[in-house]
Structure formats: C-alpha cells, structure tokens
Design a protein around this ligand. Structure first.
Ligand code: NAD
Length: 337
C-alpha cells in the first residue's frame, strides 16, 4: 500500500488530535507542522519527530507534502486552502469550510484548477452511533423519517477558548458557525438531503467577544424532513443529543450511544460494533480518496452546502424571516454517501 507524506498547518487544539492520528497511521509520515506561534509548533513537531515551520508556504516548498491538514482559524481557511491547492497538495480542511459559501466557491475553483482533493473535516460521518442511525434511516425499518431535533448545549465563552473564536471577523460568527455546522452536517448527512429553508433566532449575551452565544433554528430539507437545532453556549448547561422521529419509531443519539424506542415506548440501547477511532477513520477515508490519484471536490461541494445553511441562518436572524438557502449545486454531493 502506498504511503504518504503529510503536514499540518496550525498547531492548536485540534492539530494535536490530527498529529497523533497521522503518527499512528501506518500509511502516513508526518513530515512537518507550521504555526506562527513558534514555541507551540516546536513543541508539537518535536513530539512526533516532524520539522517545525513558522511559514506554511516555506514548509510546503521545502518538504513537499502530498497531503496537508489545515487547522487554522476560520478566516484563514480560504487563503490557506487555495495556497495548498496551488502548490499541488491534497487538502483535509477543518470545518467550517470557510467564513461563508462564497469563499467556499473560490476554494472549489482552485481545487478543480489544480486537480487536487479538497476534503472537509465533517467528523460526524465517522461516529459509529451516527453511522448506525444513517443505516436505519436508509433501511426504512422504522418507517419514514419525519423530523430531527438536535441539541448542543456547551459553555462557549470559557477563558480557555482562543480569542479568535469570539471575534466575528475572524470566526465568521459564534456557536452557529462553529458548533452549528456539525448540527447542519448531521441533519443533511443523516437525511441524505439538503437543508433548503431556515428560520433562526440568535442571542448575544456572551461575556467575551462579539459573536452569538445561542442559536435556535427551524429547518426544512429537500426530502421533506423538518429539523430543529438548539445551540446554547451560556453557563452551567449541557446537552449533546439528537432525536430522529419516524412514522414507526424513534431514535436517540446521545453522546456516542444510540437508542431506539421499543414497543413499550421506552428506549433500548442499540449495541454498536467496536468503533474505529473517528479521526483515524476520517484519515483512512482521505487516504482512500488520494489513492485514486485524481482531483476530488465532492466533499468541498458538500462543505459549501453546510456554509450556505449557516449563511442563511445569519440572514434569517437579521431579517426576522425564514430564509431560503442559496443553492450552489442540485444536491449536497457528500450527503448521499
Ligand atoms: N472537527 C472537530 O471536531 C473540530 C474540533 C475543534 C476545532 N475544529 C476546527 O479546527 C480549526 C482550528 O480550531 P482549533 O480549536 O484547533 O483552534 P486553535 O486556535 O487552537 O488553533 C489554531 C492555530 O492556528 C495558528 N495560526 C494562526 N494564524 C496562523 C498562520 N497564519 N499560519 C500558521 N498558523 C496560524 C494559531 O497560532 C493556532 O495555534 C477550526 O476550523 C475549528 O472550527 C474542529
């Protein structure tokens, strides 16, 4: 099996997880890591025997990685993804793909022009509970899926959160673009359909920065599924739960567990297969795409569809009305996978 040289741009919180993943992957050599924070990148690179850089363009020219993972603040995703594509690297770009869907279009264009893979890190696809839920949706065993309720309540303004997340010009927004992009992805991926309409109400009561701290959204997908998303980032709260309502039953994804409603209308846990660690599963998927040796933008077109829903949610809060999601393609390509 072919092995690949990989590099990471950004040595922050999630880069640590990616670096460990690459290090443990038999088909990958982690050759270099770049970050403008010199001490941070030296420390992470040293842990895995990789070369540290403070300029990612220099890193790519000198180390010529086959694949680069981009784990930068959101406002740098577009610039870095286009730079990597132009330098001939395949890319795994962290979610959200960019600040907005228009920026995503430029990334897709560059990926096509340079014939590289542009994969977006939509991790929800790699959690066993989500995979089993998608299998049950497709099987029709609980009847027709009619609604999804997704709740993510998680303190968002804690001191340890890097300041850029809370500055709209750098992050694109708060809990909606950051955590909500997982919720939107989950809804589209589980239903195999695109969100077409959104009504969103946001609040801005965070004690740091200028981004929203809650977002309640009401959505409709092209398959006729109604979805609600409740995102809340204020203090002393917690929830991470997705309910799927069918014509013949109910599923609940809670953390990494999956439950189904039984005949007595009580939940029973569905035992899942031994999971492959989700970041490792994602990376193996990336390698299988690169193995094919051709450009690949389906994941990026899908990533753009998620950003388009986020855009519509912010527009809806401003207008006070339900907003249609701008369509860039007939259907989100990755959603049907
Ligand atoms: N998939 C997931 O579950 C998941 C989880 C956490 C974060 N993320 C995403 O990963 C990305 C990074 O998030 P994070 O939490 O690791 O942020 P972070 O702030 O911890 O890391 C970002 C790093 O980028 C570096 N950086 C800034 N400008 C740079 C530049 N010009 N060149 C090189 N490095 C630069 C910073 O110094 C910092 O170390 C975001 O897109 C975030 O939404 C995804």
């Amino acid at each position: 099996m072919k092995t690949y040289r990989a590099a990471i741009i950004g040595a922050g919180v999630i880069a640590k997880v990616h670096a460990k993943t690459l290090h443990e992957n038999a088909r990958t050599e982690l050759v270099a890591i770049a970050d403008i924070a010199e001490e941070r990148v030296r420390e992470l690179a040293a842990a895995y025997g990789a070369a540290p850089y403070t300029d990612y363009r220099v890193m790519i020219r000198e180390r010529a990685p086959d694949i680069v993972i981009i784990t930068l603040p959101h406002h740098l995703h577009q610039e870095a993804a286009i730079a990597c594509a132009s330098l001939g690297c395949h890319v795994l770009l962290e979610k959200p793909m960019a600040l907005n869907a228009a920026e995503c279009a430029d990334i897709i264009e560059a990926s096509i022009a340079h014939n590289v893979m542009m994969a977006i890190g939509h991790m929800q696809h790699y959690y066993p509970a989500n995979q089993k839920a998608k299998e049950i949706v497709r099987s029709g065993r609980l009847g027709q899926l009619v609604a999804i309720h997704d709740r993510r309540h998680h303190p968002y303004f804690l001191p340890e959160r890097p300041a850029w997340f809370l500055e709209k010009s750098l992050s694109g927004g708060g809990i909606v673009i950051n955590i909500g992009s997982h919720s939107i992805d989950k809804i589209q991926w589980l239903t195999g359909s695109a969100v077409r309409q959104v009504k969103a109400n946001l609040t801005f009561y965070g004690d740091r920065g200028n981004v929203e701290g809650s977002g309640i959204m009401f959505m409709q997908t092209s398959a006729g599924v109604t979805a609600t998303v409740s995102l809340c980032g204020y203090r002393n709260i917690t929830a991470n739960e997705t309910e799927l309502l069918f014509t013949g039953g109910q599923l609940k994804i809670a953390g990494n567990k999956l439950w189904v409603s039984g005949s007595e209308r009580e939940y029973e846990e569905i035992l899942l297969d031994e999971p492959v660690e989700p970041f490792q599963a994602q990376w193996n998927d990336v390698l299988s795409v690169v193995d094919k040796g051709t450009g690949y933008v389906e994941s990026a077109v899908y990533g753009q569809s998620v950003c388009a829903v986020v855009d519509a949610a912010y527009r809806s809060h401003e207008s006070g009305a339900e907003e249609l999601v701008t369509q860039f393609a007939d259907s989100p390509a990755g959603a049907a996978r």
